[in-house]
Design a protein around this ligand. Sequence first.
Ligand code: CMX
Ligand code: CO
Length: 146
Amino acid sequence: MLTRIDHIGIACSDLDTTVEFYRATYGFEVFHTEVNEEQGVREAMLRINGTDDGGASYIQLLEPTRPDSAVGKWLAKNGEGVHHIAFGTPDVDADAAAIGGKGVRVLYEQPRTGSMGSRITFLHPKDCHGVLTELVTSAPPADPEH
Ligand code: CMX
Ligand code: CO
C-alpha cells in the first residue's frame, strides 16, 4: 500500500548551486547526500516533513554523473525541472507486482538500491500519464543493539 509521498525528484545541472537555492530561499537543509553510480546521480535529500506512517517526505535533488544516465539524458532534452515523483510503501515488491498486474510497465524485475539504503523501482512514464513514478521502501532503522 502506498502510504506517503516519499520524495519529488528534481533534475539539476549543478547540485551545490541548487542545494544553496533551496537553503537560502526556503530554509531546507541537506539531510543526506550520496552518489549512486548505478543510477548515475549525485544527489541531496532535503527532509521536509515526517509522515503518519513513521516515514518522511523529501525533495531529492539530482545531478547526473554521466550524460548517458536517465537524468543526464532527461536534462539534455528538457533542462532543469521535476523529473519524477516517488511514493513510499512498506512493501515495494508487493506494490510493484500489484501495479504491474494492472498493465503498468515496472522498469526493474527486482527493486534496486536507492537513497539511504532504500529499495526502489520505477513505473514507465508513458503508462502513468507522463509522470515517471518511483516506488520506495525505506531501509529499516539501524538496530542500536548491533
Ligand atoms: N518523465 C516523463 N517522461 C519521461 C521521462 C520523465 N522523467 N523520462 C523520459 N520520458 C519520456 C520521454 O520524453 C520520451 O517520450 P517521447 O517518446 O514522447 O519523446 C520517452 O519517455 C522515452 O524517453 P527517452 O528520452 O528515450 O528515455 P529512455 O526511454 O531511454 O528512458 C526511462 C526513460 C523512464 C525508461 C528512464 O529514464 C529510466 O529508466 N528511469 C528510471 C531510473 C531513473 O530515473 N533514475 C534516476 C533517479 C534515481 C533516484 O530517484 O534515486
Ligand atoms: Co527518486
